[in-house]
Design a binder for this molecule. Structure first.
Ligand code: NOJ
Length: 565
């Protein structure tokens, strides 16, 4: 296989996602901030990553962790100032790290000036920046459920029979992208940030931009009498024109990194990530949401098998590499910790954490590591629902109770699936608040396991999860002889038992073999050719006659040895 893939800086990156509120507090108020991130830049450079994606730091009332923006041109004081942001971009740049921000343009905060003006004066031009509709005799236009529960329509205060649409919380009114003025405002804002030297954006909820609004009461799919909204607002025909427009007028001009939060159906993937696609890459949800139904109800978790996981990963890999470039992740700020999701409790240890690292870091595409994943952070057990901050967690808890669960049962589901599992403070040391903050009160509880799981300790331990991640990142670096094959090598699945996930990465005369035994029993793999081990999470028996013996939860990478004639 020849290298046919065009080389691009965003393909050669390893991204590190930061949840700023929980990364590092520099001023002792119990909340992470931009200066805290600046302080930790040497850690990130040492890890070997070269792109940082920051979850929103714009001005926000924080109803949804900053995904409710009240001013696109300001940094929220809780995170610092615009000067801090400029300094972060500059100092990171000096270390070879580019910064991505979150781009949230499906909705604003209800505290955004546009929405305030739209409410204050129905005749103002801002009215058409949002989606207002008359109700039916005082009831909402339809029975859509917002993603965060409850009706997606909120009555407009002091106007009778008038509602506005919010696909997420009622403090996140949806923007009306049909209005060219809205599109122009967004384009202008995106260019403003890119001109500051930003590397690009992670683009939020982008498939929701276009809505097909229908009046009526549709068959409910929940105890609340409401219906999942996705059918009317996800990937509606016509959205492509807007996405193209944004790309042409902003991202392309700056050769920006764009990764969209977009679960795109296979038949449309080439429009999204192909050579002339709207984005450089999109996130796939199929295997990170394997444990939840399509409607996203955490307390109705789906059962899954390793075979299904493997099939989902491989299908996604093959489709993605046929159409363009992929974004690979196991964790983010909306997901629980991967070790809790994918492994039974008794096997949640360093070995299986490293196995997951091998599995995902060696896939075809740009890897995204979420803060704390590289040290193996895990879910947190909260004592009460009041310990949770996340708006979606409170909604899911309410709905779990409504479905007949006891508070204890509902809390157990939150332990498994709450978004706060990944939002707890970064565990730097075994000191107060895990070294995250010196405040007496911090915004979200620290996971008590920081005494055992923390950066400081793992830095000193050659065999730690952290050092294992560093080795995997290094394989993609300029100093590695495996760089080309790790980044650009074609992925070819290898036949194996149901609980072994094996694939090759091939380019020119280079070939890697990646083997993951996703079970608690020893297994085997047969393959032609002669291989040498590059990295493994366990001591592996010698390969005899093309037979690999794989202890439980093995994750290993081999390189093919060329036969000399
Ligand atoms: C997706 C983001 O990742 C999530 O955190 C947020 O709640 C919604 N979009 C709404 O912006």
């Amino acid at each position: 296989m020849k290298l046919t893939e065009a080389k691009e800086w965003w393909k050669e990156s390893v991204v590190y996602q930061i949840y700023p509120r929980s990364f590092q507090d520099s001023n002792g108020d119990g909340i992470g901030d931009i200066r805290g991130i600046i302080e930790r830049l040497p850690y990130l450079a040492d890890l070997g990553i070269n792109v940082v994606w920051l979850c929103p730091v714009y001005k926000s009332p924080m109803d949804d962790g900053g995904y409710d923006i009240s001013d696109y041109y300001q940094i929220d004081p809780m995170f610092g100032t615009m000067d801090d942001m400029d300094e972060l971009i500059e100092k990171a740049g000096e270390l070879g790290i580019k910064i991505l921000m979150d781009l949230v343009v499906n909705h604003t905060s209800d505290e955004h000036e546009w929405f305030q003006k739209a409410l204050a004066n129905p005749k103002s031009k801002y009215r058409d920046y949002y989606i207002f509709r008359e109700g039916i005799n005082g009831n909402p236009p339809n029975n859509w459920r917002s993603y965060f529960g409850g009706s997606a329509w909120e009555p407009v205060p002091s106007e009778s029979n008038m509602f506005y649409l919010h696909a997420f919380s009622k403090k996140q009114p949806d923007l009306n992208w049909e209005n060219i003025a809205v599109r122009n405002e967004c384009i202008q804002m995106i260019n403003w940030w890119l001109e500051k030297g930003l590397g690009g954006f992670r683009i939020d909820a982008i498939l929701n931009l276009k809505k097909r609004i229908e009046y009526g009461v549709f068959p409910a799919n929940g105890e609340d009498g409401l219906v999942f909204i996705g059918h009317w607002i996800l990937n509606q025909p016509g959205i492509e024109e807007w996405l193209n427009e944004i790309d042409e007028l902003t991202f392309k001009k700056h050769n920006a990194f764009t990764v969209a939060e977009a679960d795109v159906p296979e038949e449309r993937l080439s429009e999204y990530i192909g050579e002339n696609g709207h984005f450089r890459m999109v996130f796939d949800f199929s295997y990170t949401d394997i444990d939840t139904p399509e409607t996203g109800e955490w307390f109705k978790q789906s059962k899954w098998t390793v075979k299904e996981l493997k099939d989902k990963i491989m299908i996604n890999e093959l489709i993605t590499q046929r159409n363009g470039w992929g974004a690979k992740y196991l964790e983010n700020h909306d997901q629980p910790r991967s070790i809790n999701k994918y492994l039974p409790q008794e096997y949640q240890d360093d070995r299986s954490k490293k196995m997951l690292a091998v599995l995902f870091m060696m896939l075809h595409g740009t890897p995204f590591i979420y803060q704390g994943q590289e040290i193996g952070m895990s879910n947190i057990r909260m004592d009460s629902i009041t310990d949770y901050n996340d708006i979606a967690t409170h909604d899911q808890y309410r709905r779990a109770l409504l479905s007949g669960m006891s508070p204890d049962e509902a809390l157990e589901w939150m332990y498994r699936r709450s978004r706060d599992n990944s939002r707890t403070p970064m565990q730097w040391t075994n000191q107060k608040n895990a070294g995250f903050s010196n405040a007496d009160e911090i915004w979200l509880k620290t996971n008590p396991n920081y005494h055992e799981i923390n950066v400081e300790q793992e830095q000193m331990d050659e065999t730690s999860v952290l050092n294992f991640y560093k080795k995997l990142i290094y394989l993609r670096s300029d100093f590695s002889k495996y760089k080309e094959v790790t980044i650009y090598g074609e992925l070819v699945p290898v036949e194996s038992s149901d609980t072994v996930i094996a694939y090759k990465r091939i380019i020119d005369d280079k070939e890697l073999l990646i083997v993951v035994n996703f079970s608690d029993a020893e297994d085997q793999l047969f393959t032609e050719g002669c291989y040498e081990q590059i990295i493994a999470n366990v001591e592996l028996p010698k390969i005899v006659e093309n037979k690999f013996i794989l202890p439980a939860y093995t994750g290993a990478v081999f390189s093919k040895i060329l036969e000399v004639e």
